[in-house]
Design a protein around this ligand. Structure first.
Ligand SMILES: Cc1cc2nc3c(=O)[nH]c(=O)nc-3n(C[C@H](O)[C@H](O)[C@H](O)COP(=O)(O)O)c2cc1C
Length: 260
């Protein structure tokens, strides 16, 4: 192992740890400095908005938690059959849906997944290919209104997405590909240098809920960690490259979804 590798391993291992002596003397977090918190969700800016059905419970099979846990597995081969809007609506609700708002200015969201300090640093984008009654394209989930905005009106994303997913065509050609971005400042505002450990743990909760929710609606999911960062960020129109800016957003996790 050369010195560079050793240094990188040491640095990244330290990132996985909780409060250590390295925190002593660190700059107070922006919350401790009483700076205003960032918005808890990214508001829609596009003209086409699709409200999602809220009566999705009828799409959910009455399976026990034991069965869901026993059946969960990574699924990489999907049926031709499209997802229904209710199924998709349930998957979005289960992974990032908002249950309630809290705080003096209602700026804290409580959702169906846990998140350190309830900061919920993620946005959800869908590369949507086969959902009944929804035109294929790239969508952004708006959790405030439980709706989708048409992020980019293009159905021909598959080849570029396959390249960005390091050739994993099962995922680029899946009925729906979930892509989660992080807006790290949401969590950094509260936790400073501890935020990055917490955000990656948070991402795992989101995807696990997707796995279990998929099992409950006759679908399957496969988590994807192997993707080209620059290509994925470019596909969604993010600035890319290193940044310490507050509005920085980049992809952190992907999951393919389809019917079993
Ligand atoms: C963080 C993470 C990244 C993953 N990345 C990929 C991936 O890029 N491609 C893939 O086919 N599977 C990926 N998987 C799925 C794992 O290969 C899978 O969970 C593992 O083989 C165990 O199988 P199971 O999920 O069916 O239990 C990933 C899983 C996790 C949790």
């Amino acid at each position: 192992m050369n010195d560079r590798t050793k240094y990188e391993i040491l640095t990244f291992r330290e990132m996985m740890k909780a409060y250590t002596t390295a925190d002593i003397g660190a700059e107070p977090t922006d919350q401790q400095q009483k700076l205003p918190p960032p918005a808890p969700v990214k508001q829609g800016t596009k003209p086409v908005i699709l409200p999602l059905p809220l009566d999705f419970e009828e799409a959910v099979h009455d399976k026990s938690l034991l069965t869901l846990l026993k059946e969960r597995e990574s699924l990489r081969v999907y049926q031709e059959e499209p997802l229904s809007q209710k199924e998709l609506s349930f998957l979005l609700w289960a992974t990032q849906g908002i249950r309630r708002y809290a705080g003096k200015t209602q700026q804290i969201t409580f959702r169906n997944v846990p998140s350190a300090g309830s900061r919920h640093p993620f946005e959800t984008y869908l590369f949507l290919n086969k959902v009944e009654g929804i035109r294929p394209g790239i969508y952004h989930y708006l959790p405030d209104s439980h709706s989708l905005e048409l992020w980019e009106d293009r159905a021909d994303y598959q080849e570029e997405l396959a390249e960005a997913l390091c050739g994993q065509t099962f995922a680029s050609h899946a009925p729906v590909t979930f892509v989660w971005s992080a807006i790290p400042y949401r969590t950094e505002w509260r936790y400073g240098r501890k935020a990055h450990k917490y955000m990656l743990i948070d991402a795992g909760h989101v995807c696990e809920n997707l796995y279990l929710a998929c099992e409950a609606v006759g679908c399957g999911a496969c988590a994807i960690g192997a993707y080209d960062q620059d290509q994925m960020d470019e596909l969604l129109g993010f600035a890319g490259g290193p940044s310490a800016e507050q509005d920085c957003e980049f992809v952190v996790y992907v999951a393919a979804v389809g019917k079993r």
